[in-house]
Design a protein around this ligand. Structure first.
Ligand SMILES: Nc1ncnc2c1ncn2[C@@H]1O[C@H](COP(=O)(O)OP(=O)(O)OP(=O)(O)O)[C@@H](O)[C@H]1O
Ligand SMILES: [Mg+2]
Length: 269
């Protein structure tokens, strides 16, 4: 099942910064995730792949304390954060970029960024981080005094990621950054996400329907189907698995007689 993998990520150590054990969450009578166990090692990008309604956002909301789980435990840096107050979890160094960005539309870009850093006292470091996000996303500097609600979808995604960085987190939870964006913009944003991981050492847990982008960016991946994790491995190995290639990456292997293989019935596509 989901025993701790023996593999060490290419970039990270093998020290888990986040650990979920047997987590179950529901919306009233609707069980959204069941028995979810996963680990994110320090310094890596981990990803959870899953189609519409698989439970990806629910996993992130449960980690960041927006939803209290019915069962299971969540540990961040060795501390049990299960069902803790979201504000406490942010304070501990865990930032959540929700699905659909959720920037403050009537605040300027600059003020949205400042809101991300509202609990920090280290003014010099905050100013340096503001410069850093402007270097990653120069358009945000150009638009700094404009209302965030006037930005395009892609620019709002950039702002949402930048606002998370402004909290100086050790771990960022990133919910479908590709949602509603063109392939070109999605590629650009993923490149920056990887740079943020490499250059700042920020650990990331990314959930995505876009398996191609996520498997290229991340080190370790979990496949979520109907609220359960059904597969996990390094992304390098997941990319080679026939099921993943066929059902997530849309590639088909030729059969022995050059025919297309029979497509197995799968719930995730
Ligand atoms: N607020 C809610 N009330 C009731 N059911 C919900 C609510 N939010 C999600 N669900 C249900 O929980 C399940 C998991 O939803 P979730 O949003 O976590 O999936 P997801 O993998 O993030 O999907 P998507 O790719 O569409 O964002 C789905 O069956 C969904 O219909
Ligand atoms: Mg979602």
């Amino acid at each position: 099942m989901t025993a701790a993998p023996a593999v060490t990520s290419a970039r990270g150590g093998d020290q888990p910064v986040l650990r979920l054990a047997n987590v179950e969450s529901a919306y009233g009578p609707v069980k959204a995730i069941r028995g979810v166990s996963l680990q994110v090692r320090r310094g890596e990008i981990a990803t959870v792949l899953g189609s519409n309604g698989a439970g990806k956002s629910t996993i992130l909301k449960t980690i960041s304390g927006i939803i209290d789980p019915l069962k299971g435990h969540i540990e961040f840096k060795g501390e049990d954060i299960t069902a803790r107050d979201p504000a406490h979890i942010v304070q501990q160094g865990l930032s959540h970029v929700p699905e659909g960005r959720e920037v403050f539309p009537l605040l300027s870009v600059h003020d949205n960024l400042a809101m991300g850093a509202y609990t920090r006292k280290d003014r010099d470091a905050v100013a340096r981080d503001m410069e850093a996000v402007f270097a990653y996303f120069p358009i945000l500097r150009e638009r700094a005094s404009q209302d965030a609600g006037l930005l395009s979808g892609g620019q709002q995604q950039m702002l949402a990621i930048s606002r998370a960085i402004m909290a100086a987190p050790e771990l960022i939870l990133l919910d479908e950054p590709s949602l509603g964006l063109s392939p070109k913009l999605t590629k650009e944003i993923f490149e920056i996400v990887v740079r943020i991981n490499r250059e700042r050492g920020t650990t990331l847990l990314l959930v995505e329907q876009n398996a191609n982008m996520a498997l290229n960016a991340a080190d370790y991946g979990y496949v979520l189907e109907n609220g359960r994790i059904v597969m996990e491995d390094t992304c390098a190995r997941l990319r080679e698995k026939e099921d993943i290639r066929e059902f997530y990456l849309g590639m088909k292997e030729a059969g022995v007689r050059g025919e297309r293989r029979w497509k197995k019935k799968k719930t995730w596509r």
